[in-house]
Structures are given as structure tokens and as C-alpha cells.
Write a protein that binds this ligand. Structure first.
Ligand code: FMN
Length: 131
């Protein structure tokens, strides 16, 4: 949090199944206690061209954000997405993001499980109109 406040920027990366161990390690370890946290995770921090915050080379999709506000009391942090970086491997033939190809990992905080989101089950703003 200290870094985000100093740099006024942060990135939000989406992980896939390949990176589970590494991203869980980043979550359970603090850089305040383990100085070489990134190196130990096996992931690579690279410089973003758009914000003063690192990107993770191995993660295929990232939102690059400028800090808009942070409320210490509620810990509510707001950011403006100024760029989205996507690896070619997660784009479809039209250059659009393919959720199936990305297959992002989601976290279930109740069961402490990681799940992969990869199957489309409906069409937004459309399926409901059939009723
Ligand atoms: C599965 C998982 C979920 C987490 N969710 C949150 C969360 O919602 N909010 C939060 O402040 N920290 C959460 N954490 C803890 C942070 O990831 C952790 O404090 C942070 O990585 C510490 O790293 P740092 O001190 O190097 O910044 C979570 C950790 C894990 C493993």
C-alpha cells in the first residue's frame, strides 16, 4: 500500500492456472519480510510504460491504473485504468480479449479455493429478453 501511495499507481494482473503456486506465494508472503519475494515466486517484474508500477511478465492480462483516491478508514482504493496490457495468446482472431483463452483464476474467499473461469453460459443484455 505504501508503494501505491508513493507512486500513485498500481497494476492488477489476472492469473491463469499455470501461475497458481506463484500468485498464492505472492499473496501469503510480504515483501516487508521477504526482500526477494518476486525472485522467490519465479515471476518477473517488468516496468510498465504507462504507470509507475510493475507488470508481471508471466501473467497474460493486466490493468494499469493511476491512483484516484485512498481512504485509510475504509481502505477503499479507487483507480483509473489508463491502459490494458494483454498477451497475444489471450486474444481472439479479431484482436479482442478471449475469456476462454485467458481462463482467469478466481478466488473463493469462503472456501479458500482457486477456480478457473472459462465457459460461457449466456449472453448479457439478451438472454433475459426471451422471457
Ligand atoms: C488468497 C488470498 C487472498 C487475499 N485477499 C486479500 C484481500 O482481499 N485484501 C487484502 O488486503 N489482502 C489480501 N490478501 C493478502 C495480501 O495478498 C498480502 O497482504 C500481500 O500480498 C502482502 O504483500 P506485500 O506486503 O508484499 O504487499 C490475500 C492473500 C491471499 C493468499
Amino acid at each position: 500500500m505504501q508503494n501505491i501511495l508513493e507512486r500513485k499507481a498500481f497494476t492488477v494482473s489476472m492469473a491463469n492456472e499455470k501461475n497458481i503456486k506463484a500468485i498464492d506465494y505472492l499473496g501469503v508472503t510480504s515483501g516487508n519480510k521477504v526482500a526477494n519475494k518476486f525472485k522467490k515466486s519465479g515471476l518477473t517484474a517488468i516496468r510498465s510504460e504507462n504507470v509507475d508500477a510493475p507488470l508481471i511478465a508471466e501473467l497474460p492480462l493486466a490493468l494499469e491504473c493511476k491512483l484516484v483516491s485512498y481512504d485509510e478508514k475504509t481502505e477503499l482504493l479507487l483507480g483509473e485504468i489508463v491502459n490494458v496490457t494483454a498477451d497475444d495468446s489471450v486474444l481472439d482472431e479479431n484482436g479482442k480479449l478471449s475469456v476462454e483463452k485467458l481462463a482467469p483464476v478466481c478466488y473463493d474467499s469462503a472456501g479458500h479455493g482457486y477456480y478457473v473461469m472459462e465457459r460461457r453460459v449466456g449472453n448479457a443484455f439478451s438472454d433475459g429478453k426471451t422471457l
